[in-house]
Design a protein around this ligand. Structure first.
Ligand SMILES: [Zn+2]
Length: 145
């Protein structure tokens, strides 16, 4: 894995958009993660996770943001994506922080843009890395064609 790149203005803007989304829509146990992605055309779309009483129906914030992008723009790729987690009421000393995408989201992001960049936690800061670095041996139904 290459050394992760430090964040620039565009990445900071994306984290701010994800943070604003979850600050606005946070509900304990229902919406705790916000996401923001920048399409290849430069538009920013946000999402929040959809938790569900039936756990397997839960949907990650990244998937919601991607769904909004597809509806509004069609498939326009993912330049960069980030997710942030809002602390629960019992975590009063915590703040909203960047979190790594779950394994399923790594697959999803790669499917929609194998060259996407992902903002991930990096010590007390964040860094941006290629999705491929987060997903060695990506799932495949058979031999690559
Ligand atoms: Zn996920």
């Amino acid at each position: 894995m290459k050394q992760p790149a430090k964040l620039g203005k565009g990445e900071t803007e994306l984290i701010a958009a994800a943070t604003a989304a979850i600050q606005q829509r946070y509900r304990d146990d229902w919406q705790e993660v916000g996401a923001a992605l920048r399409t290849r055309s430069g538009k920013i779309l946000t999402g929040v996770n959809l938790d569900a009483y039936l756990g397997r129906m839960a949907v990650c914030a990244e998937a919601v943001a991607l769904g909004r992008a597809i509806v509004e723009l069609g498939d326009s790729g993912i330049d960069t994506i980030v997710a942030v987690r809002h602390p629960s009421p019992g975590e009063k000393d915590q703040t909203i922080v960047v979190v790594s995408p779950c394994g399923a989201c790594r697959e999803l992001i790669f499917d929609y843009d194998p060259k996407a960049r992902v903002i991930v936690p990096n010590g007390k800061s964040s860094a941006v890395i290629p999705i491929a670095d987060l997903l060695p041996n990506k799932y495949s139904r058979g031999p690559e064609r």
